[in-house]
Design a protein around this ligand. Structure first.
Ligand code: FES
Length: 106
């Protein structure tokens, strides 16, 4: 079952930046690259560092852990560079008017 949640206003996430949200028991990270939004779990799957403290590689669509440089694909949540090993859950995120909508699947 899919549930659409209005997370915030589009303008709340700066272009090229990321923002952490806690919602419905989920820790999620939203990344904005121009008009594209990506949403993945916020905690790394290696040592649970919070990925909002890391950085984004906009050319390769990666989020990179600040502690160990592990990286994940922003579109799929799949690990790209070690020590990242397990995937992050990825969620659909899209702008609808001024609102940023994230879809949770149960
Ligand atoms: S500590 Fe988790 S990937 Fe770096």
């Amino acid at each position: 079952m899919d549930t659409d949640v209005t997370l915030c206003k589009v303008e709340d996430v700066p272009d090229g930046g990321m923002k952490h949200f806690e919602i419905m028991g989920y820790d999620i990270l939203v990344v904005r690259l121009a008009d594209r939004f990506f949403c993945v779990d916020a905690a790394c799957t290696y040592k649970w560092a919070m990925l909002q403290d890391g950085r984004v590689d906009p050319d390769n669509l990666l989020v990179i852990c600040k502690d160990c440089n592990g990286s994940w694909d922003l579109e799929t949540g799949q690990p790209r560079d070690a020590p990242a090993k397990f995937p992050l859950t990825s969620y659909r995120a899209e702008a609808v008017g001024d609102d940023l909508i994230v879809t949770f699947t149960y």
